[in-house]
Ligand binder design. Structure first.
Ligand code: 5GP
Length: 191
């Protein structure tokens, strides 16, 4: 998506450790018009996949996932980063290694919002090592719900996430694919 690449070039900040900051439009301040364009891209791409629900992880995936779900006219289900240690048999739970924090956190979702008849589209803001998406997939496989595809706003293609997900047989559709991220240099895989 050319406009996304342009925004990453002009507004993105490289923080080192392979981390890109895009908080002016994606995950701190949100460019709402632009988010609708992102939603359109995903909704158009996955329109024939009989999606019944869009899922994402709080909080930075919510804006693009909401825009997509709204256009597909399906609910958006937000997987929560758990803080309480109370055991609850009404939720699915798994552990995720956080890319940006380097720590592990429990991810939970209420069982009542997932059903084996669901065909799920997973949306997230970034793809790096594929840990967040893999955690969502582990939970969806417990249901078991069909996983129709994975939509990523910004993929860091020099990291192993895409390969990990494709090896499990999932389609990964990314709107921007970064092949190189170094001081003052950002390169994209042309699509
Ligand atoms: P993964 O689980 O694929 O290793 O990393 C994806 C998750 O880590 C995303 O949900 C995103 O929140 C965060 N993340 C990974 N790389 C970046 C990055 O370069 N910038 C930002 N802002 N978040 C990232």
């Amino acid at each position: 998506m050319k406009l996304l690449e342009e925004k990453i070039r002009t507004e993105g900040e490289f923080l080192g450790n392979n981390i890109l900051k895009v908080d002016s439009f994606l995950n701190h301040q949100i460019d709402t018009n632009f988010m609708q364009e992102i939603g359109k891209e995903f909704a158009t791409h996955f329109k024939d996949k009989r999606i019944t629900k869009v899922v994402t992880i709080e909080s930075s995936g919510i804006a693009p996932a909401f825009a997509t779900a709204s256009l597909l006219k399906v609910p958006l289900l937000v997987f929560k980063k758990q803080t309480s240690k109370i055991l609850d048999t009404n939720v699915y739970q798994t552990e995720v290694i956080s890319y940006t924090k380097g720590t592990t956190y429990p991810l939970v979702v209420s069982k009542k919002f997932l059903d084996p008849s669901d065909s799920i589209l997973i949306i997230d803001d970034f793809l790096a090592n594929g840990e967040a998406a893999s955690a969502v997939i582990r939970i969806l496989q417990l249901v078991p719900a069909e996983i129709a595809g994975i939509g990523i706003v910004i993929e860091k293609s020099f990291q192993p996430g895409r390969k990990k997900l494709e090896q499990q047989g999932f389609e990964v559709y990314s709107l921007a694919r970064i092949s190189k991220l170094e001081n003052n240099t950002i390169e994209f895989i042309s699509q």
